[in-house]
Write a protein that binds this ligand. Structure first.
Ligand code: ZN
Length: 291
């Protein structure tokens, strides 16, 4: 049985405050959005789902990240909140992480890749190709080759090859070297090769939907709602509007029909993170006591 840890691998603090996160006291101060990653203990070693910002981002953000996003998001660069330091806090080492599965290659999800030199990295082929192509100015700000020292360990999957059913979605089932309880569920829109990652744990399925949606009330079946700031941010970042909105609707239906068996989570919603992790977004997990 896979054990699941919830890690917030560095919060972003966007301009717009309450207009973004819906819970900061005002629109004049910066808001707070988490970067929800999962650490899985499996028979095949540790598996990390998304990596947040990494050590090198914390130590030298300007050489790694775009000035545009640094000004917009002002990430809370605390070393103790990187995936690596949280993995160590839980009693493991970097080398124990044998696999990383990425929802997509945006800078706030791929920054920690460099910190896990033994890990195979799994992502959709479409995501790799579009990120490497760097077609637009915004692509060059969001997809940062400086974060890709792991490139020779990337394992990619085509959307056509894996089309097996999973609760009405297509999924990629056979991730190389990973147990069958971990699937990729393509959810394009935010980026072209964006995917959710589904994990079957003690309490049923958990679907980390990455940036397919940003605000928990977007998943409300009867009256979906998003803060205006995050509505605009998703519009700014989308690569395929139609696919993005279709996938949001499909996720709402999934939640409505199978909500008892499947928990759906966004990468960036602090309310969801705090509910499932049982601690505030700014706090790392309790350290393992050494005997
Ligand atoms: Zn993101």
């Amino acid at each position: 049985m896979i054990a699941i840890h919830h890690l917030n691998c560095i919060s972003s603090c966007p301009l717009g405050g309450r207009m973004m996160d819906g819970r900061s006291p005002s629109v004049l101060q910066r808001g707070s959005l988490c970067c929800h990653c999962l650490l899985l203990e499996t028979d095949q070693g540790l598996v990390l789902i998304d990596t947040g910002f990494g050590l090198r981002d914390v130590h030298d953000p300007r050489s790694r990240l775009s000035g545009f996003f640094l000004r917009l998001l002002a990430p809370d660069f605390r070393e103790e909140m990187t995936a690596l330091r949280q993995v160590e806090r839980l009693g493991f080492r970097a080398e124990d992480v044998r696999h990383v599965v990425l929802t997509h290659l945006d800078f706030d999800h791929a920054g920690g890749l460099d910190d896990f030199p033994r890990a195979q990295v799994h992502l959709m082929q479409r995501e790799r190709d579009a990120a490497q192509a760097q077609h637009t100015w915004l692509d060059r700000q969001r997809f940062r080759p400086q974060q890709w020292s792991s490139r020779d360990r990337w394992q990619v999957y085509g959307t056509r090859t894996g089309g097996e059913p999973w609760y009405g979605f297509e999924c990629v089932r056979d991730l190389r070297g990973l147990p069958p309880e971990i699937l990729m569920v393509p959810l394009p829109g935010h980026t072209l090769g964006h995917a959710g990652v589904a994990v079957h744990g003690r309490h049923g399925w958990l679907l980390l939907a990455g940036d397919a949606y940003f605000y928990h009330r977007e998943m409300d079946a009867d009256a979906p709602w998003c803060t205006p700031g995050l509505r605009f941010y998703q519009y700014l970042m989308e690569k395929d509007r139609r696919a993005r909105l279709d996938n949001q609707q499909r996720l709402r239906l999934l939640k409505q029909r199978f909500g008892g068996a499947i928990q759906v989570l966004s990468a960036h919603d602090p309310t969801e993170f705090e509910r499932v992790a049982g601690r505030p977004t700014g706090t790392p997990p309790p350290a393992l006591l050494s005997l």
